[in-house]
Ligand binder design. Structure first.
Ligand code: NAP
Length: 262
């Protein structure tokens, strides 16, 4: 199916690796020009070169910077001639016990995983509505639906974003102008972040990384971790010209791990 996205411009945040990168890759494959961002310039430039090779017909612009800062957001927005598609993403907050988190830890989580996406939506959404096309996908987490106790910073900050988006997406001045806002909730995906989390669990319990990963996979009905490319493909579908009637939704991609009916 042609997703009808040729020539569009997308800002894909936090996208040198992992899920963000996979979203950029799927969009580039559909003929979308992209601005990609990350803090580390080296990996970012490598990814930009790979994306250019994948589809020489599109423009790929790389902007190094921290998307959770005002300067990082301004630079990313300035590099994108018009934002037709916005994929919000940033690194997840660290795990831990809430008794150890001070106000600064909470503010950092809110900044990265709630306020940054809201700022970027604010900067782009009304122009999308004026043009009659806009797609916003927020990468959140399965932990919004089934909270994980050690990820309290993530549970809290992302739930704040989720509640805000639920109201915003339903504004007729957006939904009625072909602007959709949805959240994609990853379960366990085989990315660098998950490798680090599992590496820490392995070190703590004296198991090998392979043992920890095998146990994690066995607990998922699909019997495996998700692949980033699967996530990117669904992101591109949500951004497609055909998905204009799908808005305000939380879509879980977890191989069946969430046990509820709804
Ligand atoms: P990843 O493999 O660690 O990749 C994260 C990417 O984001 C990298 O390109 C990183 O580059 C960039 N990044 C991180 N913080 C940034 C910032 N402040 N500004 C700009 N770029 C930034 O992580 P992932 O697994 O793709 O996870 C993406 C998001 O999904 C995270 O919020 C994570 O918590 C969430 N999530 C992931 C899973 C999973 O199983 N993988 C499950 C649930 C939720 P630099 O470090 O160079 O900036």
């Amino acid at each position: 199916m042609d997703l009808g996205l040729q020539g569009r411009w997308a800002l894909v945040c936090a996208s040198s690796k992992g899920l963000g990168r996979a979203c950029a890759q799927s969009l580039v494959g559909e003929g979308v020009n992209v601005v990609i961002t990350a803090r580390g310039a080296e990996a970012l430039e490598r990814t930009a070169a790979e994306l250019r090779a994948l589809n020489p017909a599109v423009q790929v612009r790389a902007v190094a910077g921290d998307i959770a800062t005002e300067a990082g957001r301004a630079a990313a927005l300035a590099a994108c001639p018009q934002v037709d598609i916005l994929v919000n993403n940033a690194g997840g907050p660290p795990p831990g016990d809430f008794r150890d988190w001070d106000r600064a830890a909470w503010l950092a989580a809110l900044e990265a995983n709630m306020l940054t996406p809201i700022e970027l939506i604010k900067a782009t959404v009304d122009a999308m509505a004026e043009r009659g096309f806009g797609r916003i996908v927020n990468i959140t987490s399965g932990a919004v639906k089934a909270p994980i106790d050690t990820l309290g910073l993530s549970n809290g900050a992302r739930s704040g974003l989720t509640g805000f988006v639920a109201g915003l997406a339903r504004q007729p001045r957006l939904a009625g102008r072909n602007v959709t806002i949805n959240n994609l909730l990853p379960g366990a995906f085989d990315t660098e972040r998950l490798g680090k989390t599992m590496g820490a669990a392995a070190a703590k319990t004296g198991q090998t990384l392979e043992q920890v990963m095998a146990k994690r996979a066995a607990a998922i009905p699909a019997q495996r971790l998700g692949q980033a490319a699967e996530f990117g493909a669904l992101c591109a579908m949500l951004c497609s010209a055909h998905a204009g009637y799908l808005t305000g939704q939380n879509i879980l991609l977890d191989g069946g791990a969430y046990p509820g009916t709804f």
